[in-house]
Design a protein around this ligand. Structure first.
Ligand code: NAD
Ligand code: MG
Length: 392
């Protein structure tokens, strides 16, 4: 029986994870669940899964959760704040941690789980984007098992040969597919008028609002390029992005001999989640079987970097190295949040990220303090650019 902690249990990935867990009652038990503010939803999950621990963001939220659980006769121990989050991430009573908190907030607990040698199911790509070297070193040094949950990286993980230099030398390219989001064919002249709800209406996937906006700008693919660089030790020029609007081919690996291996499936995150939970076994995920005859034509095209400047910015940050990816990520988080609040336009997101990246970026990515200092500094600079964008 695997004992699982779900960080970010109330989110889209958290929900899909618990859906898979529920399908295999003899195989998985839930050890801890965490959420930021969604107390009612977390209380419902605690009633259903009876975890030993639950963690929320604030003392106030913890008080609310306690009252709800007491009324329901649920004996889950409740904690709050960063320290409690890290404590459940390293708790020896659990062997697997699903890292599904959105954004930089997921970095510390995810890294803590790696340092505790857990089986880490990584959905939170921001942790790798910000501190890829530190994170991968922690996985190696502490004997953690890292299983990529992002659908593209999970696909690549499935298509790569075993991790032996003799076999990996034959890999020519990693090809990340991208749906192109909701604005792939929209007239670029109208992009500045897009509303948050339009940006979040992804054609193929149902996801949290931040990653949905990232998909619309293709910053999500940019973050995934950086994620792939760290996960698979691939230099930037060996990573290619290909638009595939049907989201059936989840990514590919091209080999020196001309072979290309791809992983296919319906666009449903329960497939990579079930794979990560059961690895190396395969189990049911509740996903309907892929019907290729019904899917019809699968098409591919090269992304247009003028339409999607965020993708180019992410490649630039990866090539610049050091703290540049952490700066890119922080500026993007600030800009996306401001867009979701209606404070800036859709097209300001790329402008703000580019503006922050253009300013000198000192700092070392060798220590967590260095990365977090770069993150703070970039947020401050993005905030200043926001004010000027908002007043335009
Ligand atoms: P979401 O917004 O639906 O859920 C986020 C979760 O994180 C919630 O449980 C929320 O309570 C928690 N959270 C938010 N802010 C927090 C904070 N400051 N401290 C602690 N917890 C906090 O997001 P999602 O779509 O489930 O995405 C989660 C992660 O998985 C992201 O990093 C995203 O890039 C990645 N991912 C998601 C998908 C998808 O299909 N949704 C696919 C691939 C990767
Ligand atoms: Mg993805």
């Amino acid at each position: 029986m695997r004992r699982i902690t779900v960080l970010g249990a109330t989110g889209s990935i958290g929900e899909s994870t618990l859906d898979v867990v529920k399908r295999h009652p003899g195989r998985y038990a839930v050890h801890a669940l965490t959420a930021h503010r969604q107390v009612d939803k977390l209380a419902a999950l605690c009633r259903e899964f009876r975890p030993a621990h639950a963690v929320v963001g604030t003392a106030e939220a913890a008080g609310e959760l306690e009252a709800l659980l007491k009324a329901a006769g649920v004996k889950t121990e409740i904690g709050y704040g960063e320290a409690a989050l890290e404590a459940v991430a390293v708790d020896p009573a659990a062997d697997s941690v699903m890292a599904a908190i959105v954004g930089a907030a997921g970095l510390r607990p995810t890294l803590a789980a790696a340092r505790a040698g857990k089986r880490v199911l990584l959905a939170n790509k921001e942790a790798l984007v910000m501190s890829g070297r530190i994170f991968m070193d922690a996985v190696r040094e502490h004997g953690a098992t890292l299983l990529p949950i992002d659908s593209e990286h999970n696909a690549i993980f499935q298509c790569l040969p075993p991790e032996d230099p003799r076999y990996r030398a034959g890999v020519a390219k990693i090809v990340l597919t991208a749906s192109g989001g909701p604005f792939r064919t929209r007239d670029p002249a109208t992009l500045h008028d897009i509303s948050p709800d339009e940006a979040c209406a992804h054609p193929n996937w149902v996801m949290g609002r931040k990653i949905s906006v990232d998909s619309a700008t293709m910053m999500n693919k940019g973050l995934e390029v950086i994620e792939a660089h760290w996960l698979f030790a691939a230099p930037a020029d060996r990573i290619e992005v290909l638009i595939h609007p049907q989201s059936i081919v989840h990514s590919m690996v091209a080999y020196a001999d001309g072979s290309v291996l791809a992983q296919l499936g319906n666009p449903d995150m329960r497939t990579p989640i079930a794979y990560g939970l059961a690895y190396p076994e395969r189990t049911h995920a509740g996903v309907s079987p892929l019907d290729l005859a019904r899917a019809g034509a699968l098409t591919f095209e090269t992304p247009d970097l003028e339409r999607f400047p965020c993708l180019g910015l992410a490649f630039d940050a990866l090539r610049a190295g050091g703290v540049a990816p952490a700066i890119l990520n922080a500026a993007n988080e600030v800009a996306v949040e401001a867009f979701l609040q209606g404070r800036v336009r859709f097209t300001d997101i790329a402008r703000i990220v580019a503006g922050v990246l253009e300013q000198a970026s000192e700092g070392s990515a060798d220590t967590l303090d260095g990365v977090l200092a770069a993150d703070r500094d970039a947020r401050r600079r993005a905030g200043a650019l926001l004010d000027s964008a908002a007043s335009c």
